[in-house]
Design a binder for this molecule. Sequence first.
Ligand SMILES: Cc1ncc(COP(=O)(O)O)c(C=O)c1O
Length: 413
Amino acid sequence: MLNESICYRDGKLFCDDVPIADIVTETGTPVYIYSKRRTLDNLKHIQTAFAALNPHIHYSAKANANLAVLGAIIGAGAGVDAVSAGEIHRALLAGAAAEEIVFAGVGKTADELTYALEQSVGWINVENMGEMKLIDTIASRQNRPPARVALRFNPDVTADTHPNIATGHGGAKFGLSAEVIRDILARQAEYPNIQIEGIHIHIGSQLHNTAATQQAVEATLELIAPYPAIRTVNIGGGLPVAYSPEEHIPDWETFASALTPLLMGYTVMLEPGRSIIADAGILVASTLYVKEQAGQSFLITDASIAELIRPALYEAHHEIVPVKEPSTVSTQPYHVVGPVCETTDVLGRGVRLPKMEPGDLVAVLTAGAYGMVMASNYNQRPRPPEVVVLEDGQSWQIARRRETWDDLTRYEL
Ligand SMILES: Cc1ncc(COP(=O)(O)O)c(C=O)c1O
């Protein structure tokens, strides 16, 4: 959606003070563009909303792991939630202090755990019994202080979100049941190289109400009540973002006021991803063709599901707007599609746009999270560049260059 950073001025779409068309003149399309100002404002907004809990914010790198984006967020004081050794590596490169990194993930390999422990990451969020044993063994070999661990609890609650991004119901692969957590805590002596100091939950992303989170936090606090050594509660991510003016979501203050009374007195950690970067980013595409077929108008653009898979993967809606503000109110519906050979290669259906011609630019809004990180080379498409408009609002940098055809074959022997 449009916001203070991504908005029209004098008939042109801007990212802060930079006309989108100026960036495109240099980079071509498709291109991801992010506002650093909006990113940091979102981070500040979350810090302010939850201020009463003074939470440790660990940005979830899976949402957007571009080094410039990560560096900006780390530079503003956040830690990082990493779900692979690759993300830990990126977080360290981007300037994160190891102790400010949480290593989460449902299937960490021995190599990844070895690396994480060697780097002395701050926390490991454990998701199964076997992982406890593995961490204990690796930590004992490394002859260092015990590894600090949070147990990820699956509270068996149904989050109000798309089923593909709900993680806290009993049937999900994520987390540990209350029974297994009690069992691990009863047998802590078997893991002399592990210090269990925290509990972690993440019931899903893009949460449409606070009820399931409240229920999950209540169940979590009840579970840890008999264990005074566990004073840190990591409540994960999930803060929602409006993808259209019609999407009604609770604001972040509503989440904060629902959870603050429950969590007072605990050390609280948050892992926001989407809420920090989604509405700071857009994907800009050029119109290749307009095709009238079977009573429909297809706007065929040079962006596709290879660059933004969310509509195909999650039935996600993204607003799509012209880069040149329409001078007329007259619009018509287009199915905005890409060149990829898949029926699901649709970025938006029935998108109301002014009459479009080849070469006209469109911007897919709220594309900063789970966009470029999920991009692929499907159909042998080089991945697009990423641009960051800096905090002064005027200067911008190419934070990742466009891939080339040579990049596509670089790893083949
Ligand atoms: C454990 C964990 N923490 C945090 C997040 C970030 O969630 P969001 O982007 O909704 O804030 C995720 C997303 O999948 C997650 O799995």
